[in-house]
Design a protein around this ligand. Structure first.
Ligand code: MCN
Length: 794
């Protein structure tokens, strides 16, 4: 029998390379004296009109090859960058230009682009550029945007890019009629992901092939390819985009595209040289994207049991200066905020506000952490008000296992209603309670209190729409050596795709796991693809790979049946060998079947599996059955009916220091349901990484803008990320597997889950330890100190 690898914690095949320093990132491509390097002049002001740019003298700097401003851009390059996800409610969508046209709207916006022999020369040359600005009053933060006494974009009244309201039932009437009512005002501050590798692009133009090749650190190589074709006026077929190793993406490397991703290839084509740009850390802080950043007002009506009767959520979303992703983040907040609960009547309304700050685009979790914060704070507030256990209040509101598919009646981005496919929230609650020791905790809390120590416990639940379409494809090719090459178009940033996809192929095809090589994010190998975001790779590419491997297997069996003079149904493939069941000597290895599928006949050296000779095959006999093409391969695409809904619950126990207000994590527990697991070890790694990022978002990280729009903590010296010392040592993880009925493998996504409930769960635990309402995250020791003293937070 074939070893079944689905569900096995197979070690990551990619780690050997990474651990030995053999990863190849964008900055490792085209290292050498022939490569030119780019640097970008960025706005030092948050809001200003550009009156004049003087670049005279820049080309005189020895080693400078080009200096461009907006006026040097022509055709589609002079148009604003794409608005990737339009929405009818986004009445005032705005995107930036590759180089600022006549106005800058955040500190860090690109104004001029210099290409030189090396980065030092390029940066020195930037100093020669003189920009004459007329300063405009900046709008910084949600309060300033709402006050609207100054505008980010002159033609956007009230700084409101969009206002969107959805209502199911009459929420306000239901709340008014409810036996109990509460109102909460909540804040989640702006933060950002910090991939270790910043953005980076290398490009070269091949004049012989009339073809552009770009290597870029992206989450969507096909997106960058499309943008390059459109903006540079090329055919798609003239552009190859290759994604080398990517040192983290977390959302910000989905293609807008970034200005540099266009300018570098344009420079390569124009100058006929290889050109490279690698972002530095400060650039990442001030010119890449941020997220979170919402102010929320919740009103809720409920009965004596804590059952929700009506929920009314209003929130204001800080979108920064531009909206390249349309409304995707606030729409996710507004539609997935309800988590595993039935809200009674529900109304949600948000305003997406422009501010003179770095634009906001999806960061791991993408609007869900904010939604989870609103919902879970509400659950805790209800429990506190009624004096009931927090888990009981949650339990009375759960969607029950027999209610799937469950439709809240809310409309998502694509205009379709969101429908949860599967889950078992009551079972999950029991698991998390057991894992964290919920029922025993009050005893422990009392015991600690006797020693003058403050401990608290918190719990938070969420759902996550994962595996969104429209499609992903896969191409499985069996080489004459018997090795199996699998190409899928989405990219990989550390999620272990080379391992999990190989597991799927080995299982379906029956080859050896070690013989599978996975290629991702190379448009030469798979030109039709979407990208890696929305926790979609396992569902989308996983399903496509499974289907493509199935096709390849069908072909293997047909050809082998012919060669072995056996019926297909009498064959099996185990460890890369096709044999007649019950007659193992009657067999062929996959490499030989591949040879047989080829019109040419190869002579092979058995030991090395290398071709030593070839000749023309039998002209009277096609190499493969009539309905098949030559070559041993299978290709397929997978397109889902709708998103699958993963879910999870996290619980944390914290201790707060009575004197210093330091917050220490004593225990962190996670129960997660991503349907059938391909590789539990990898899923757990994803959860660990997400929790680490969540700890940062809950306790440490915030974007500290001053009122003039300067980001004061734009370096790792000042932006506080958790180190390994701040991340819980052992995270207890338990899985629940409710298979998704929507895809052949029953999978749901897992890549963002770890980060979603962090703010909610820490707020709950700190509140429990301190008996002080926690309504704003992140919370630092000094914030907690201020709250204790009834002081405004720092
Ligand atoms: N998996 C599994 N079984 C399942 C579900 C998932 O074994 N039932 C595995 C997958 O095969 C994959 C991993 O878990 O190896 C994550 O799967 P999935 O949920 O499909 O997420 P993606 O692979 O699409 O990754 C995207 C997701 C997102 S949206 C962000 S943001 C994020 C994340 O993954 N960015 C990351 N995890 C990251 N991890 C690293 N190291 N770096 C990033 O930039």
């Amino acid at each position: 029998m074939t070893t079944k690898l689905m569900g096995q914690g197979v070690q990551r095949v990619e780690d050997q390379r990474f651990l030995r320093g053999q990863g190849r990132y964008a900055d490792d491509v085209a290292v050498g004296p022939a490569t030119l390097h780019a640097a970008v002049l960025r706005s030092p002001h948050a809001h200003a009109r550009i009156l004049d740019i003087d670049v005279s003298g820049v080309l005189d700097v020895y080693g400078v090859h080009a200096v461009w401003t907006y006026d040097d851009l022509t055709g589609p390059m002079a148009e604003p960058l794409p608005l990737l996800i339009p929405h009818p409610a986004l009445t005032h969508g705005r995107t930036q230009y590759a180089l600022a046209k006549d106005e800058v709207n955040y500190v860090g916006e690109a104004i001029a682009f210099v290409v030189a022999e090396d980065r030092y020369v390029a940066e020195d040359a930037l100093d020669r550029i003189r920009v004459d600005y007329e300063l405009l009053p900046p709008v910084v933060g949600i309060d300033a945007a709402r006050a609207a006494d100054r505008l980010v974009h002159d033609d956007v009244p009230g700084n409101v890019g969009a206002r969107l309201e959805q209502e199911v039932g009459d929420a306000r009437a239901a709340i008014a009629a409810a036996p109990h009512r509460l109102a909460l005002d909540l804040t989640v501050e702006r933060s950002a992901c910090q991939p270790l590798e910043g953005r980076g692009t290398v490009a070269r133009w091949d004049p012989d092939l009339n073809r552009l090749q770009a290597w870029t650190s992206t989450q969507s190589s096909t997106g960058v390819r499309a943008a390059l074709a459109v903006k540079l006026g090329l055919d798609l077929g003239q552009v190859d985009v290759i994604t080398p190793d990517v040192g983290g993406g977390f959302g910000v490397k989905i293609n807008h595209p970034w200005p540099e991703e266009l300018l570098v290839p344009l420079a390569a084509k124009t100058l006929g040289r290889t050109v490279k740009f690698t972002e530095d850390r400060r650039e990442h802080f001030i010119s890449t994207a941020h997220e979170r950043g919402q102010v929320q007002h919740v009103e809720v009506g409920f009965d004596d049991e804590g059952q929700l009767l009506g929920l009314d959520v209003e929130f204001w979303h800080d979108h920064g200066a531009y909206t390249p992703y349309g409304l995707i983040v606030p729409i996710i907040t507004s539609t997935q905020l309800l988590g595993p609960y039935k809200p009674g009547a529900y109304r949600v309304v948000f305003e997406s506000l422009y501010t003179n700050t770095v634009m906001v685009t999806p960061y791991r979790g993408a609007g869900r952490p904010q939604g989870c914060f609103a919902m879970e704070r509400t659950m805790d507030a209800i429990a506190e008000y009624l004096g009931r256990d927090r888990t009981e209040v949650r339990a009375v509101n759960f969607i029950q296992p027999d209610e799937f598919p469950y439709d809240h009646g809310l409309v998502f981005q694509d205009g379709r209603e969101l429908e949860y496919d599967s889950g078992d929230y009551p079972a999950m609650l029991e698991k998390i309670k057991a894992l964290v020791g919920w029922d025993e905790f009050p005893q422990f809390q009392k015991h600690m209190a006797l020693q003058g120590r403050r401990v608290g416990i918190g719990l938070a639940a969420y759902v996550e729409g994962t595996g969104v379409g429209p499609y992903e494809g896969a191409h499985v090719h069996i080489e004459t050596s018997g090795k199996v090459k699998v190409a899928t178009g989405l990219t990989t940033q550390g999620q272990g795709h080379a391992t999990v996809f190989a597991q799927l192929v080995a299982d379906e095809l029956g080859c050896r796991f070690e013989d599978v090589e996975v290629v991702t994010g190379d448009t030469r190998r798979m030109p039709y693809a979407v990208g890696t975001f929305a926790s979609r790779a396992a569902v989308m590419s996983g399903s496509a790979i499974h289907l493509a491997a199935k096709r390849a297997k069908e072909k293997v069996l047909k050809i082998a049946a012919d060669a072995l003079e056996a019926a297909e149904e009498d064959l099996q493939i185990v460890d890369g060998v096709v044999s007649v069941i019950g007659a193992p000597s009657s067999s062929l290895d996959l490499g030989t079947v591949s040879v047989l599928s080829n019109p040419l006949r190869y002579a092979f050296d058995e030991a090395s599996k290398r071709a030593t000779q070839f000749s023309v095959g039998d002209p009277g006999k096609p190499p493969v059955p009539e309905d098949e093409e030559p070559g041993l391969e299978g290709k397929d695409f997978y397109s889902p009916e709708r998103a699958t809904f993963a879910s999870g619950m996290h619980a944390v126990i914290v201790e707060t220091d009575p004197d210093t207000a330091e917050i220490t994590i004593l225990k962190y527990a996670v129960v997660h349901d991503c349907g059938r697991l391909i590789n539990p070890m990898i899923v757990e790694g994803q959860i660990h990484g997400g929790v680490a990022q969540g700890v940062g978002g809950a306790l440490y990280e915030r974007m500290a803008y001053d009122e003039s729009g300067q980001l004061l903590n734009a370096s790792f010296m000042d932006f506080l990320m958790p180190y390994v010392t701040e991340v819980p040592d052992g995270i207890d993880i338990d899985h629940l597997e409710t298979p998704s009925p929507l895809n052949p493998l029953g999978i749901k996504g897992a890549g963002e889950a770890g980060v979603i409930p962090s703010a909610a769960v820490f707020a709950a635990a700190i509140e429990d330890a301190e008996r002080i309402p926690i309504t704003a995250m992140p919370i630092s020791p000094s914030d907690l100190f201020a709250l204790r003293a009834h002081l405004p937070p720092t």
